[in-house]
Design a protein around this ligand. Sequence first.
Ligand code: FO1
Length: 314
Amino acid sequence: MRITVLAGGVGGARFVRGVRELDAEVSVVVNTGDDLWLTGLRVCPDLDSIMYALAGVSDTERGWGRAGETERISAELAEWGLGWPWFTLGDLDLATHIARTSLLREGLRLTEVTERLSARWPLGVRLLPATDDEVETHVVTADGQDLHFEEWWVRTRAAAAARRFVQRGVERAHATPEALAAIADADVVLLAPSNPVVSIGTILGLPGIRSALRDTEAPVVGVSPIIGGAVVRGMADACLATIGVGTDAAAVARHYGARRDGGLLDGWLVDDADAASVAGLRGSGFAADATGLWMTDAAESARIARAALALVSR
Ligand code: FO1
């Protein structure tokens, strides 16, 4: 069975660790909207979070960066006033950005760079950036600032309300042929419980992705990132408010839309805390069910992935 997952960083990594346990060939189409140039290096937070998590070398506490990190290089750069002192780049993590930047400068596409970097470990899945083009998410805040997503998210902790999210350069960009093929050739497509706006939303915003999802014969099933009216982690609620979507499991499903009505989803999995929304979702054309969605370990994530597949195997 071929499974293609659309995923962001931290929540995506936890979910993919479970999908990997299934007896399937797994491709992960990863958000690149958080990517940025920092002190001359290309940083890809979501690709790195998933790669490190699947390699077993990630800082599992923070959910990003490497375990056992030191920050000698960042401290030196700060002496010159270079870099973002509030955006911690550890020494091991910097090696990834140096390797990525040198391969990009040799002319490789980000897809080829990612394949080269992740080949170092037996990840068990294929990581695919959603695009090889630089399409960075910027946040226009209510008080008129225009910040790279990472600055808004990490330096300000989303203090200033986001008026809108802008995918810089998306009009000139394309989803990669590999990502589009992974959607077209899948037996099932899963939307990870990642941020519906700045992780899944930014993948969907890339030219080609929505039509690939519409045209694929694979059923498309999402897992709710909201449990009992609250985000599991991160600030998806702040992002959802900006696009006028409630912080509610069923509201996110309706935001993605039922496939029978021209939307994305054939199925939607909610947590037991939101079981009351299942009947309404089924009435609106979603195959829906409730189960425990807390991804406490890989086995739990695998159980959740199986439950998502079961929604559409009937
Ligand atoms: N998140 C933080 O809250 N603080 C940081 O200093 C930070 C540094 C960082 C460095 C590399 C990287 O790949 C991710 C990093 N993140 C940090 C997490 C990052 O904001 C998130 O991984 C995503 O961008 C949001 O999903």
